[in-house]
Design a protein. Structure first.
Length: 180
């Protein structure tokens, strides 16, 4: 019986040691900590025009309607009109009321409406570290959208319904991994 106890004790010790990792080890947990430390919180911002300054958002003929403009159209906050040989997205009366009551209050210094945040979800994979560097692929999603920016029209925006994949370069420092 004693040899069996010794084998079990050795196996338990091996499992405990295998479960421990230092901050410099290339692990999913260490990469997640580095990414979160470098990127949180990241605002989710959309370029919403100010109706007092602009007549509308010009739609690029070759690129089509941006997804966030299409979400505003599908939600009834914007409409697309033909004007002078081009297309413009303009606020509807409901959209103007929304702009004044909600959107104008969350605009940043670049004129973008920051209506949520981009949050880290999980590390998916990474390249084999070489020279203290690695490329990590992870997912992010959009959180904290206001009630007016929820529903099927908004679920089409990247990261709202389904997480999106992002890559980051990480570098090994004296105290662990850091995102560049």
């Amino acid at each position: 019986m004693k040899p069996l106890h010794a084998v079990l004790a050795a196996a338990a010790c091996a499992l405990l040691v295998a479960g421990c990792s230092g901050p410099k080890d290339p692990t999913k947990e260490n990469f997640a900590k580095a990414i979160v430390a470098a990127n949180q919180p990241e605002p989710f911002c959309l370029p919403m025009y100010d109706p007092a300054e602009y007549n509308g958002t010009r739609i690029n003929e070759f690129l089509g309607v941006p997804p966030y403009v299409q979400a505003m159209v599908d939600s009834g906050y914007m409409t697309i009109v033909e004007q002078d040989w081009s297309k413009l997205a303009k606020y509807t009366p409901e959209g103007l009321a929304l702009y004044k009551s909600e959107i104008a209050k969350v605009k940043n210094d670049r004129g973008e409406a920051c209506i949520g945040s981009i949050a880290f979800k999980e590390v998916l994979r990474w390249t084999e570290p070489s020279g203290g560097k690695t490329k990590v692929t992870f997912t992010v999603s959009v959180n904290g959208l206001p009630s007016w920016a929820k529903g099927p029209a908004w679920d089409k925006l990247p990261g709202v319904k389904d997480p999106i994949e992002v890559e980051a370069d990480l570098e090994l420092m004296n105290d662990g991994w850091r995102a560049k």
